[in-house]
Design a protein. Structure first.
Length: 149
């Protein structure tokens, strides 16, 4: 059974390229990806997570307003009974040059399980999600040489 993840760009942000790449990478890695696209509201993330019985929500933000757009997001998830959901956020999370460590701490304090910067390769997030959702490696990942023969 594929594991369902919700993906979207939060707030008024219209940067679409990053989530398109993430959608393809998570799909290729065997996840059932629900891509809500750009300019997604907090309510739309919550509704989709409930409707699709998702195990993780992946929030993207590029334009520098992530902190405002995510204010109250985890409280909203908790009110909907989704307080245990795995939540990731990634992209350009602050305005201009930021201290990555400070940014990570800030978003973790808001409730995100993991925080990724704009240098993140999709594989890194996929690997992290497999760990967080305790997904065992597939046969070919366990033994790539044997899988090729
Ligand atoms: C293309 C672009 C645009 C296009 C977007 C077209 C479109 N429909 O997508 C246009 C011209 C419309 C645009 C508009 C704006 N943009 Co613009 N844009 C860019 C640009 C040049 C490239 C973005 C991109 O596509 N990158 C390629 C993809 C593959 O990379 P990515 O988006 O970073 O995504 C990867 C990672 O970040 C990560 N990732 C992203 N999200 C997530 C989520 C999770 C969970 C994980 C794990 C990983 C992850 O994985 C992705 C795949 O590898 C960047 C600069 C840059 N070099 O990044 C500026 C940039 C993002 N834009 C910026 C700004 C300011 C704006 C505007 C506000 C400008 C304005 N004043 O109007 C508007 C915002 C409009 C809006 N409502 O969103 C700033 C943001 C500044 C900040 N955060 O401090 C940037 C950084 C430019 C800059 N250096 O100032 N933009």
């Amino acid at each position: 059974m594929p594991r369902t993840v919700i993906l979207g760009v939060i707030g008024s942000d219209a940067h679409v390229v990053g989530i398109t790449i993430l959608e393809q990478a998570f799909d290729a890695a065997g996840f059932d990806v629900v891509n809500l696209g750009v300019q997604t509201s907090q309510e739309e993330f919550v509704e989709a997570a409930l409707a699709r019985d998702a195990e993780a929500v992946l929030v993207s933000s590029l334009y520098g307003h992530a902190a405002q757009d995510c204010r109250g997001f985890h409280e909203r998830l908790a009110e909907a009974g989704l307080g245990d959901l795995t939540t990731y956020i990634g992209g350009n999370l602050a305005v201009g040059q930021d201290d990555p460590e400070e940014t990570r701490e800030r978003f973790e304090a808001m409730g995100f399980t993991r925080v990724f910067d704009s240098e993140t390769e999709p594989e890194e997030a996929i690997e992290a999600l497999r760990v967080d959702l305790e997904i065992p490696p597939t046969e070919s990942e366990r033994d790539p040489v044997r899988a090729r023969t």
